[in-house]
Design a binder for this molecule. Sequence first.
Ligand SMILES: [Zn+2]
Length: 463
Amino acid sequence: MSLGKTYYRYVQRSTCGVVASPGVNVLYDNTGTLALTGALEQSLAWNIRTGERIHMCRPTSTSTRGHAIPGTQVTVQALSPSPTQSNRLAVGYEDGGVRIYELQSQGISAVSGECRQVAHFPGHRAAVQSLAYDKAGALLASGGSDCDIVVWDLTAETGLFRLRGHRDAITQLRFIGGGGLVGGAVGGSGDEELKLLSGSKDTLLKVWDLEQQRCIETVVGHRAEVWGFAVTPDETRVVTISSAADLKVWALNVKGRGSGMEVDDADEEEGSGSGGNSAPTQGHLALMGPIRRVGMERGVAVQFSRNGMFMGCHGTGKVLEIYKRRSHEEVLKKIKRRLKRLREKKRKKSTVVRIVRDTKIALDIKKLYDFKCQICGTALKTKSGYYAEGAHIKPLGKPHNGDDSLSNILCLCPNHHVMLDKGSLSINDNFDLIGHVSGKLTVDPNHKLNKQNLFYHRKLHDY
Ligand SMILES: [Zn+2]
């Protein structure tokens, strides 16, 4: 056979028609008509109803005649919350740069919808992983794979300072406090100081004081990478999502508890919840508890609805989970219901024992063995005759649902009845006793025990 044939070798030059790159967050504008996706080097704005592409933002260079600069894949995007600049889009890139675009501009090309680049902040040595505007849209924080956080002044178009302390990529940033007042200055003019909350793959959450430009609290609550967090609109709760299967809920105190004297009572209120999690800190975050996710894959993102009533989260799997926040009344109702159920359970337990003792079948079994324990042979003598108990191998009631039949009942003395129920002993298929008792179960030839019930009992108690 001849191998003399030559083939053309094809090398990929470019990709077209990409709608959304994986790993880039999708944004929606205030009106709910536009969806913003990151597609390779471009940020694209789509009309959700028509599917039409309205805007396109990409870093361009004049030297390559308006073509995208290589190595500038979009990694993260954020829309300005400012009412006057709500068309400003901040985009982070693979090369560590952040660019700001103006969406409505028809400037460069009305045909392609290409938008004007307003500013370029080359602030990181590695890919930008997270972006966050403050409430007024005057400040922007960027976090990178280089472990740094940079805070930018958007009015002066300049970097203000760099925050260092995390030891791995910054996965999420969020400004908290500041009173929500318009006013660009760091620290704000509100009654609460503006702070920055950061999550990282180094498993830590950090709270940064922007006036002192330093970390004032580090929360060690996770053993796995923190992939993101969400803050309720009223800034009272934080939910974090990590590589582990559960979400963690934190009580957020924007002011912090260590900073003032007047907040002593708040300490007592939530002190029990914080436990040993955040001992020598300022007390901005206190762990409340976990929520177990349905999806077992590593978490990706968590977010609250605008009114804070709903929370959505998803991992790398296909499940999107939506949670509803319970109102105060619903929480009370739930607690009441749980207490009631507990009380009922207790009552049921005592009635079950009484019923067991009195069933006809149990009495038949006891007569069959002359009230002698099938394990130790003891028959307890009482004033009113001999005493033994009918013991169910597979327990009655939920969740076991064992049946009240001859094949599921043994005649036992009270001690061995308790030991059977608590799993201190179990029985093999050949009636050998296992666990804290040795020997063999005495079984009458007329007493046909169901082996499946024996098997169930062994599995129930880990034999
Ligand atoms: Zn016994």
